[in-house]
Write a protein that binds this ligand. Structure first.
Ligand SMILES: Cc1cc2nc3c(=O)[nH]c(=O)nc-3n(C[C@H](O)[C@H](O)[C@H](O)COP(=O)(O)OP(=O)(O)OC[C@H]3O[C@@H](n4cnc5c(N)ncnc54)[C@H](O)[C@@H]3O)c2cc1C
Length: 372
């Protein structure tokens, strides 16, 4: 495995539990990068994913979350704080509220448990919202996980299952014209039958990979800011115009996130943090008096069509598990299960909508990639 984010670590844990000998290589600290920077929201409906294959994979992952987290917690002794008590989407005008009613009808036709709340209902659910709220849509199956704790838990769970996580400044794939041979690091050559590229936003830059196996992944920056609020102040992750707010059990309230195609730039900026705070305080003036405790940025792995790149490549033994863009934390369990299945059985048919081959041999140049 190359890349020790939530995707690489989840897959390493899954493979190790199935009996494989697994090593994970990373050039930096494991479970940092985007997997640390994210908000941990598990919210495919609130994200309004329109691609059927992606929505189906996200729904499967959401269903698999409780059992996967339990296995990781059992192996690690670390509770990742999974909370699936619903996500609220608050509307502040009649038009937006009407849109939520429409969304509710279409979700209910898909058997998704959701409920339209009027103004009083929205304020009863989350009393810190501005009294100007028009109403809200509560999606009951959604929620969040504390992704930083989940990352720490996965590192410990991998260690407990015999996975070696190794850090090296130089990491490259080695292959011949037909198949994978192994991984070369600063410490030497390690022969491997299977190598998975789980390098997140950096997946296109992994050394030693033949051009036909390079995924067209690009970094999309997200900035976030955290406030210190009384513990229990907010119960649920809540979307408001221009931002979302996600509580943590230690009393932090995360506010996210910008979406910026700005290369490998991980700085927070005055404009980015200003926009987030402005949206949050507009929707909930009570937030204005709390202390700002932290701000940070991370790089989402974006792809030209917004879908992840999953499965085998034309190079025998070389797999891709990257391009999860805004939903990599949500998709970790299903990615781990489905790539482990593909590695074990050689059957990548269930992953066909996410295959690298969909981009053809002519890859879009970076400048031609556009994002919604
Ligand atoms: C601000 C923000 C908010 C987000 N919110 C959510 C959310 O609420 N819900 C959700 O589901 N998703 C969210 N995401 C998206 C999610 O965080 C990512 O999709 C996910 O973390 C990607 O995981 P990953 O393991 O692929 O990548 P990463 O976590 O970025 O890990 C990649 C790893 O690969 C390593 N690496 C890179 N190149 C090399 C190399 N050449 N050699 C060796 N190692 C290498 C890196 O050091 C890193 O450790 C958010 C992202 C951001 C930035």
């Amino acid at each position: 495995m190359i890349g020790a984010g939530l995707i690489g670590l989840s897959l390493a844990f899954e493979l190790a539990e199935r009996g494989a000998a697994v090593r994970v290589f990373d050039r930096a600290e494991p479970a940092r990068a985007a997997s640390w920077a994210g908000a941990g929201m598990l919210a495919p409906y609130t994200e309004r994913i329109t691609n059927d294959a992606l929505l189906t994979l996200c729904e499967a992952s959401l269903r698999e979350y409780p059992a996967f987290v339990r296995r990781v917690a059992d192996a690690s002794g670390v509770d990742p704080h999974l909370r699936l008590e619903g996500v609220l989407y608050a509307a502040f005008g009649p038009e937006e509220f009407a849109n939520l009613r429409q969304q509710s009808a279409s979700l209910q036709s898909r058997a998704v448990a959701c409920e339209v709340l009027d103004r009083a209902g929205a304020l009863a659910a989350e009393p810190w919202l501005s009294p100007s709220v028009a109403g809200a849509l509560l999606k009951r199956q959604e929620g969040f996980v504390d992704n930083r704790r989940f990352g720490r838990a996965l590192v410990a769970a991998c260690n407990a299952r015999g996975v070696r996580i190794e850090r090296s400044d130089s990491i490259a794939l080695e292959c011949d014209s037909r198949r994978v041979l192994g991984v070369r690091t600063g410490g030497g050559f390690i022969a491997c039958d299977v190598v998975v590229n789980a390098c997140g936003a950096w997946a296109a830059g992994l050394e030693g990979v033949p051009a036909a196996c390079v995924p067209p992944v690009e970094p999309i920056k997200g900035q976030m800011v955290a406030l210190s609020v009384p513990i229990g102040f907010a119960r649920r992750a809540t979307w408001v115009p221009g931002a979302y707010l996600v509580p943590r059990e230690d009393g932090r309230l995360l506010i996210g996130a910008t979406v910026e195609p700005s290369g490998f730039d991980e700085r927070t900026t005055a404009a980015g943090i200003h926009a987030l705070l402005h949206s949050a305080v507009d929707a909930a003036p009570a937030l204005g008096s709390f202390t700002v405790t932290e701000s940070w940025a991370g790089l989402r792995p974006g792809t030209p069509d917004g879908l992840p790149v999953l499965g085998a490549t034309v190079l025998e033994g070389f797999f891709l598990a990257t391009g999860h863009y805004r939903n990599g934390i949500l998709l970790a369990p299903a990615t781990a299960r489905s790539i482990a299945d593909a590695v074990e059985t050689g059957n990548c048919a269930p992953l066909a909508p996410f295959a690298l081959g969909r981009f053809g041999t002519e890859r879009p140049a970076a400048s031609r990639i556009t994002y919604a």
